[in-house]
Write a protein that binds this ligand. Structure first.
Ligand SMILES: *[C@@H]1O[C@H](CO)[C@@H](O)[C@H](O)[C@H]1NC(C)=O
Ligand SMILES: *[C@@H]1O[C@H](CO)[C@@H](O)[C@H](O)[C@H]1NC(C)=O
Ligand SMILES: *[C@@H]1O[C@H](CO)[C@@H](O)[C@H](O)[C@H]1NC(C)=O
Ligand SMILES: *[C@@H]1O[C@H](CO)[C@@H](O)[C@H](O)[C@H]1NC(C)=O
Ligand SMILES: *[C@@H]1O[C@H](CO)[C@@H](O)[C@H](O)[C@H]1NC(C)=O
Length: 226
Protein backbone atom coordinates (compact mmCIF):
# COMPACT_ATOMS: atom_id res chain seq x y z
CA UNK A 1 0.00 0.00 0.00
CA UNK A 2 2.74 2.42 1.06
CA UNK A 3 4.63 1.39 -2.07
CA UNK A 4 1.61 2.16 -4.24
CA UNK A 5 1.12 5.62 -2.71
CA UNK A 6 4.76 6.59 -3.10
CA UNK A 7 4.92 5.49 -6.74
CA UNK A 8 1.66 7.39 -7.47
CA UNK A 9 3.04 10.58 -5.84
CA UNK A 10 6.30 10.02 -7.73
CA UNK A 11 4.36 9.93 -11.04
CA UNK A 12 2.48 13.06 -10.00
CA UNK A 13 5.67 14.80 -9.00
CA UNK A 14 7.53 13.97 -12.20
CA UNK A 15 6.22 16.91 -14.28
CA UNK A 16 6.95 19.19 -11.34
CA UNK A 17 10.53 17.91 -11.13
CA UNK A 18 10.95 18.46 -14.88
CA UNK A 19 9.63 22.03 -14.61
CA UNK A 20 11.94 22.66 -11.65
CA UNK A 21 14.97 21.34 -13.57
CA UNK A 22 14.08 23.53 -16.58
CA UNK A 23 13.67 26.56 -14.30
CA UNK A 24 17.04 25.94 -12.64
CA UNK A 25 18.67 25.73 -16.08
CA UNK A 26 17.01 28.98 -17.11
CA UNK A 27 17.83 31.00 -13.99
CA UNK A 28 21.47 29.84 -13.82
CA UNK A 29 23.04 33.13 -14.75
CA UNK A 30 26.69 33.32 -13.71
CA UNK A 31 29.53 32.75 -16.18
CA UNK A 32 29.85 29.19 -17.57
CA UNK A 33 31.66 26.74 -15.28
CA UNK A 34 35.34 26.09 -16.06
CA UNK A 35 36.07 22.69 -17.61
CA UNK A 36 39.77 22.70 -16.66
CA UNK A 37 41.92 23.61 -13.65
CA UNK A 38 42.69 26.88 -15.38
CA UNK A 39 42.55 28.45 -18.81
CA UNK A 40 45.06 31.28 -18.82
CA UNK A 41 43.86 33.65 -21.52
CA UNK A 42 45.60 33.75 -24.86
CA UNK A 43 44.88 37.43 -25.37
CA UNK A 44 46.53 37.30 -28.82
CA UNK A 45 44.06 34.78 -30.18
CA UNK A 46 41.97 35.86 -33.12
CA UNK A 47 39.22 33.29 -32.43
CA UNK A 48 35.86 34.68 -31.35
CA UNK A 49 34.28 32.65 -28.60
CA UNK A 50 32.58 33.14 -25.23
CA UNK A 51 35.64 34.29 -23.28
CA UNK A 52 39.21 33.67 -24.43
CA UNK A 53 40.99 30.48 -25.59
CA UNK A 54 43.66 29.10 -23.25
CA UNK A 55 47.39 29.17 -23.75
CA UNK A 56 49.14 25.79 -23.57
CA UNK A 57 48.78 24.74 -19.87
CA UNK A 58 52.40 23.54 -19.81
CA UNK A 59 53.59 27.11 -20.40
CA UNK A 60 51.50 28.60 -17.58
CA UNK A 61 53.34 30.09 -14.62
CA UNK A 62 52.25 31.71 -11.36
CA UNK A 63 52.76 35.29 -12.53
CA UNK A 64 49.72 34.93 -14.79
CA UNK A 65 47.52 34.66 -11.67
CA UNK A 66 48.79 37.94 -10.20
CA UNK A 67 48.26 41.59 -11.09
CA UNK A 68 49.36 44.79 -9.38
CA UNK A 69 46.67 46.69 -11.40
CA UNK A 70 44.47 47.56 -8.42
CA UNK A 71 47.35 48.93 -6.37
CA UNK A 72 47.31 52.31 -8.07
CA UNK A 73 44.42 54.79 -7.83
CA UNK A 74 42.62 55.58 -11.09
CA UNK A 75 42.55 59.19 -12.27
CA UNK A 76 39.33 60.75 -10.92
CA UNK A 77 39.92 63.96 -12.93
CA UNK A 78 39.67 62.18 -16.29
CA UNK A 79 35.83 62.42 -16.38
CA UNK A 80 33.23 64.97 -15.21
CA UNK A 81 31.88 62.66 -12.46
CA UNK A 82 34.96 62.43 -10.21
CA UNK A 83 35.35 58.65 -10.12
CA UNK A 84 37.54 56.01 -11.70
CA UNK A 85 37.12 52.23 -11.80
CA UNK A 86 40.13 49.93 -12.21
CA UNK A 87 39.04 46.39 -13.07
CA UNK A 88 40.87 43.08 -13.27
CA UNK A 89 40.52 41.75 -16.81
CA UNK A 90 42.01 38.89 -18.84
CA UNK A 91 44.41 41.51 -20.23
CA UNK A 92 45.95 42.48 -16.88
CA UNK A 93 45.23 39.11 -15.18
CA UNK A 94 45.12 36.27 -17.77
CA UNK A 95 44.48 33.62 -15.06
CA UNK A 96 41.04 35.19 -14.54
CA UNK A 97 39.78 33.63 -17.78
CA UNK A 98 36.81 31.22 -17.24
CA UNK A 99 36.81 31.71 -13.46
CA UNK A 100 33.58 33.73 -13.44
CA UNK A 101 34.73 36.62 -11.31
CA UNK A 102 36.45 39.99 -11.29
CA UNK A 103 37.57 42.58 -8.75
CA UNK A 104 37.16 46.33 -9.13
CA UNK A 105 38.77 49.24 -7.34
CA UNK A 106 36.75 52.45 -7.40
CA UNK A 107 38.38 55.75 -6.50
CA UNK A 108 36.23 58.77 -5.70
CA UNK A 109 37.29 62.41 -5.65
CA UNK A 110 35.63 64.50 -2.94
CA UNK A 111 31.98 64.65 -4.08
CA UNK A 112 32.72 62.01 -6.74
CA UNK A 113 29.85 60.00 -8.21
CA UNK A 114 29.67 56.68 -10.02
CA UNK A 115 26.60 57.67 -12.06
CA UNK A 116 23.59 55.36 -12.31
CA UNK A 117 24.73 52.31 -14.23
CA UNK A 118 24.04 48.63 -14.88
CA UNK A 119 26.27 45.55 -15.04
CA UNK A 120 24.43 43.30 -17.50
CA UNK A 121 26.41 40.18 -16.57
CA UNK A 122 27.15 40.45 -12.82
CA UNK A 123 25.94 40.98 -9.30
CA UNK A 124 28.28 43.19 -7.30
CA UNK A 125 29.39 43.17 -3.67
CA UNK A 126 31.13 46.37 -2.58
CA UNK A 127 33.39 46.93 0.44
CA UNK A 128 34.16 50.47 1.59
CA UNK A 129 37.90 50.78 2.25
CA UNK A 130 37.87 54.52 2.95
CA UNK A 131 35.31 57.30 3.20
CA UNK A 132 31.56 57.77 3.48
CA UNK A 133 29.60 56.53 0.47
CA UNK A 134 25.90 56.83 -0.29
CA UNK A 135 24.85 53.82 -2.38
CA UNK A 136 21.57 52.70 -3.87
CA UNK A 137 19.88 50.54 -6.45
CA UNK A 138 16.46 50.74 -8.08
CA UNK A 139 14.55 47.53 -8.69
CA UNK A 140 12.29 46.80 -11.67
CA UNK A 141 9.28 48.31 -9.85
CA UNK A 142 11.30 51.56 -9.50
CA UNK A 143 11.68 51.16 -5.75
CA UNK A 144 14.90 52.69 -4.40
CA UNK A 145 17.05 50.80 -1.87
CA UNK A 146 19.66 53.14 -0.43
CA UNK A 147 22.18 53.15 2.43
CA UNK A 148 24.92 55.32 3.83
CA UNK A 149 28.14 53.32 4.07
CA UNK A 150 31.30 53.94 6.06
CA UNK A 151 34.68 52.20 6.01
CA UNK A 152 34.23 48.48 6.67
CA UNK A 153 30.64 48.30 5.39
CA UNK A 154 29.61 45.94 2.58
CA UNK A 155 26.67 46.39 0.19
CA UNK A 156 25.21 44.12 -2.51
CA UNK A 157 23.95 45.39 -5.85
CA UNK A 158 21.68 42.75 -7.40
CA UNK A 159 22.49 41.68 -10.95
CA UNK A 160 21.61 44.06 -13.77
CA UNK A 161 19.84 46.58 -11.54
CA UNK A 162 20.39 50.32 -11.83
CA UNK A 163 22.78 51.52 -9.11
CA UNK A 164 25.00 54.41 -8.06
CA UNK A 165 27.67 55.36 -5.49
CA UNK A 166 28.25 58.93 -4.23
CA UNK A 167 31.12 60.09 -2.04
CA UNK A 168 29.50 62.10 0.77
CA UNK A 169 32.68 62.48 2.79
CA UNK A 170 35.03 65.43 3.12
CA UNK A 171 37.85 63.61 1.40
CA UNK A 172 38.53 60.95 -1.23
CA UNK A 173 36.89 57.51 -0.92
CA UNK A 174 37.83 54.01 -2.07
CA UNK A 175 35.66 50.91 -2.56
CA UNK A 176 36.61 47.40 -3.66
CA UNK A 177 33.96 45.33 -5.45
CA UNK A 178 33.71 41.67 -6.30
CA UNK A 179 31.69 40.83 -9.42
CA UNK A 180 30.57 37.34 -10.45
CA UNK A 181 31.67 37.60 -14.07
CA UNK A 182 35.08 37.93 -15.70
CA UNK A 183 33.38 40.45 -17.99
CA UNK A 184 30.63 42.21 -16.00
CA UNK A 185 30.11 45.02 -18.53
CA UNK A 186 28.92 48.47 -17.49
CA UNK A 187 26.32 50.66 -19.09
CA UNK A 188 26.38 54.17 -17.60
CA UNK A 189 22.90 55.58 -18.12
CA UNK A 190 23.70 59.27 -18.84
CA UNK A 191 26.45 58.26 -21.30
CA UNK A 192 24.37 55.52 -22.94
CA UNK A 193 21.43 57.92 -23.38
CA UNK A 194 23.24 61.14 -24.30
CA UNK A 195 26.71 60.00 -25.35
CA UNK A 196 26.00 57.10 -27.71
CA UNK A 197 27.70 56.87 -31.11
CA UNK A 198 25.88 57.43 -33.37
CA UNK A 199 23.56 59.64 -31.33
CA UNK A 200 20.08 58.57 -30.31
CA UNK A 201 17.80 60.84 -32.39
CA UNK A 202 17.03 63.98 -30.32
CA UNK A 203 13.28 63.42 -30.80
CA UNK A 204 13.61 60.17 -28.81
CA UNK A 205 15.45 61.87 -25.92
CA UNK A 206 13.11 64.89 -25.93
CA UNK A 207 10.08 62.65 -25.55
CA UNK A 208 11.70 60.13 -23.18
CA UNK A 209 12.97 62.74 -20.73
CA UNK A 210 10.27 65.36 -21.47
CA UNK A 211 12.87 68.00 -22.34
CA UNK A 212 13.47 70.44 -25.21
CA UNK A 213 15.97 70.03 -28.06
CA UNK A 214 18.08 72.81 -26.44
CA UNK A 215 18.20 70.78 -23.23
CA UNK A 216 19.28 67.68 -25.16
CA UNK A 217 22.12 69.70 -26.73
CA UNK A 218 23.09 71.18 -23.36
CA UNK A 219 23.24 67.78 -21.62
CA UNK A 220 25.30 66.35 -24.51
CA UNK A 221 27.70 69.29 -24.31
CA UNK A 222 28.04 68.96 -20.52
CA UNK A 223 28.65 65.21 -20.69
CA UNK A 224 30.82 64.70 -23.75
CA UNK A 225 31.64 68.23 -24.86
CA UNK A 226 29.90 67.67 -28.21
C1 LIG B 1 51.21 37.97 -27.70
O1 LIG B 1 52.05 38.37 -28.76
C2 LIG B 1 53.18 39.14 -28.34
C3 LIG B 1 53.89 39.63 -29.57
O2 LIG B 1 54.09 38.59 -30.48
C4 LIG B 1 54.05 38.28 -27.43
O3 LIG B 1 55.13 39.03 -26.97
C5 LIG B 1 53.24 37.81 -26.24
O4 LIG B 1 53.99 36.94 -25.45
C6 LIG B 1 51.99 37.09 -26.70
N1 LIG B 1 51.14 36.81 -25.55
C7 LIG B 1 50.61 35.62 -25.35
C8 LIG B 1 49.73 35.49 -24.11
O5 LIG B 1 50.79 34.68 -26.09
C1 LIG C 1 56.09 33.60 -16.50
O1 LIG C 1 55.35 34.13 -17.61
C2 LIG C 1 55.50 35.51 -17.78
C3 LIG C 1 54.50 35.96 -18.85
O2 LIG C 1 54.57 35.15 -20.00
C4 LIG C 1 56.94 35.83 -18.12
O3 LIG C 1 57.08 37.23 -18.29
C5 LIG C 1 57.83 35.35 -16.99
O4 LIG C 1 59.19 35.53 -17.35
C6 LIG C 1 57.59 33.89 -16.70
N1 LIG C 1 58.31 33.52 -15.50
C7 LIG C 1 58.97 32.38 -15.38
C8 LIG C 1 59.63 32.12 -14.07
O5 LIG C 1 59.01 31.57 -16.30
C1 LIG D 1 40.79 56.18 -15.18
O1 LIG D 1 42.13 56.51 -14.94
C2 LIG D 1 43.02 56.10 -15.96
C3 LIG D 1 44.43 56.44 -15.52
O2 LIG D 1 44.58 56.26 -14.14
C4 LIG D 1 42.66 56.77 -17.25
O3 LIG D 1 43.49 56.29 -18.28
C5 LIG D 1 41.20 56.50 -17.60
O4 LIG D 1 40.82 57.24 -18.73
C6 LIG D 1 40.31 56.87 -16.44
N1 LIG D 1 38.94 56.43 -16.74
C7 LIG D 1 37.89 57.25 -16.64
C8 LIG D 1 36.56 56.65 -16.98
O5 LIG D 1 37.97 58.41 -16.28
C1 LIG E 1 44.19 63.00 -14.85
O1 LIG E 1 43.39 63.37 -15.94
C2 LIG E 1 43.42 64.78 -16.21
C3 LIG E 1 42.39 65.07 -17.30
O2 LIG E 1 42.52 64.19 -18.38
C4 LIG E 1 44.83 65.18 -16.61
O3 LIG E 1 44.88 66.57 -16.84
C5 LIG E 1 45.80 64.81 -15.48
O4 LIG E 1 47.13 65.06 -15.87
C6 LIG E 1 45.65 63.34 -15.13
N1 LIG E 1 46.44 63.03 -13.93
C7 LIG E 1 47.28 62.01 -13.87
C8 LIG E 1 47.96 61.81 -12.56
O5 LIG E 1 47.47 61.27 -14.82
C1 LIG F 1 32.52 67.08 6.87
O1 LIG F 1 32.97 68.24 7.54
C2 LIG F 1 31.94 68.94 8.22
C3 LIG F 1 32.51 70.24 8.75
O2 LIG F 1 33.76 70.03 9.37
C4 LIG F 1 31.37 68.03 9.31
O3 LIG F 1 30.30 68.69 9.96
C5 LIG F 1 30.83 66.75 8.67
O4 LIG F 1 30.38 65.88 9.68
C6 LIG F 1 31.92 66.10 7.85
N1 LIG F 1 31.32 64.98 7.14
C7 LIG F 1 31.84 63.75 7.16
C8 LIG F 1 31.09 62.73 6.39
O5 LIG F 1 32.87 63.46 7.75
Amino acid sequence: MAMEISSVSYMKALPLVLILLLTITQVKCSDPDPLQDFCVADTNSTSFLNGFPCINPSTVNASQFKTPALGVPGNTSANPFGFNVTLTTVQNLPGLNTQGLALARTDFAKGGLVPPHIHPRASEIAFVVKGVVLVGFVDTSNKLFTQNLKAGDVFVFPRAQLHFLLNLGNSTAITISGLNSQSPGAQIVPLAAFGSNPEIPPAVLEKAFQISSEEVKKIRKNLIGG
